[in-house]
Ligand binder design. Structure first.
Ligand code: F6P
Length: 373
């Protein structure tokens, strides 16, 4: 049987996915004579055996396209939502689909959820490899993920534009950025766009400290302030409530554990409206008018930046090389200018937060940018 590989994209879409599909597929076809198929809509399509066969023509013309030509979903392999309230472990079915196609490798392009799903598939004997994509840049084991650079470009331009209106109206402008539970995007774009305050989940904030820094700017002659807030940023009070809930959940068992899990989820959902609350508290404390801009999904839409195209291309090509030499059960990670095959066991379930000694944090502090602490 001809050597065949499968590709799927899972989790939130991200610029650079098509560049990566193209790179893995073309390198597998051209350098190794492999057949390439793509499963639609992530692990859901794998389970349903919905796929498309790629020839070399079908992988052309997609390098610059945003989103994913394969479609995506957030389905979980061992808790697949059956649409009738049941959640089932569908890995045996997925394994039989992989066997039916004689897959030598299944390449899963995704973020942290995908790393976990892929490891679970590896556990039942499917030869998986993953590539790190997400605008959040929070995948462990890799220097960087594709999608992050594009999102940072979009967010930087957006904050640049907010600057002139903030300046004209002498307002506080609170700009919320994505990033899930980490601050890479808000910190990177905030620094690049010259935000005056940057709030990230890694540094719980004190609203009075933020207000004091805005008041100090005003006293020094700047009548406006730009506050870049990561969607996961959290106040000190909320952080301590959350910590207690987490602690109780980790110690609880059975029904009580499930209940605490639900409460934690509810807490995070309510907290998500926190940017509006923060904005009105800042108005109250500073006497300045404040407006909120939520950048949302704009940050992950559209054409990938050249840096993301290059990253996705080099990781995709390296992935084909790893497959050809029989490596699987790994994340194809970016390390410096090269790549490294990192065992999925070391990566799944981990989150790469911004280290507190990161040079971007040091630079922000030296520039007098308030981090809310
Ligand atoms: O992981 C990428 C991401 O865009 C996060 O930054 C954000 O929290 C989440 O996905 C949004 O998810 P959804 O696509 O379900 O709105």
């Amino acid at each position: 049987m001809a050597r065949t590989i499968g590709i799927l994209t899972a989790g939130g879409d991200s610029p650079g996915l098509n560049a990566a599909i193209r790179a893995v597929g073309k390198a597998a076809q051209r350098a190794y004579g492999m057949h390439v198929i793509g499963f639609r809509d992530g692990f859901m399509g794998l389970m349903q055996n919905r796929y498309v066969r790629f020839n070399q023509n079908s992988l052309s013309g997609i390098l610059t396209r945003g989103g994913t030509i394969l479609g995506t979903s957030r389905a979980k392999v061992d808790k697949m939502d059956m649409g009738d309230g049941r959640r089932m472990d569908m890995r045996p079915l997925m394994r039989s689909v992989a066997e039916e196609h004689g897959l030598e490798a299944l390449v899963c392009l995704g973020g942290n959820g995908t790393m976990k799903n892929a490891l679970k598939l590896a556990d039942v004997g499917i030869p998986v490899l993953t590539l790190p994509k997400t605008i959040d840049n929070d995948v462990a084991g890799t220097d960087i993920t594709f999608g992050f650079d594009t999102a940072m470009n979009i967010a930087t331009e957006a904050i640049d534009r907010v600057h002139s209106t903030a300046h004209s109206h002498h307002r506080i402008m609170v700009v919320e950025l994505m990033g899930h539970n980490v601050g890479w995007l808000a910190l990177g774009a905030g620094l690049a766009a010259g935000a005056d305050v940057i709030l990230i989940p890694e540094i719980p904030y004190d609203t009075h400290e933020i207000a004091a820094s805005i008041a100090a700017r005003r006293a020094a002659g700047s009548s406006f302030s730009i506050v870049a807030v990561a969607e996961g940023a959290i106040s000190r009070e909320d952080a301590s409530v959350r910590e207690d809930l987490e602690q109780n959940r980790s110690e609880a068992k059975g029904e009580e554990r499930e209940e605490l899990k639900r409460r934690l989820k509810d807490f995070d959902t309510t907290r998500a409206g926190g940017t509006a609350v923060l904005s009105s508290k800042l108005e109250e404390l500073t006497g300045l008018e404040s407006r909120v801009t939520i950048l949302g999904h704009v940050q992950r839409g559209g054409t990938p930046s050249p840096a993301d195209r290059l990253l996705a291309t080099r990781l995709g090509v390296a992935c084909a090389d790893y497959i050809a030499e029989g490596t699987h059960g790994v994340l194809v990670a970016a390390r410096g200018r090269g790549t490294e095959a990192v065992p999925l066991k070391q990566v799944a379930g981990q989150t790469k937060s911004v280290p507190l000694d990161h040079p971007w944090i040091g630079a922000a502090r030296h520039l007098g940018i308030a981090l809310g602490d």
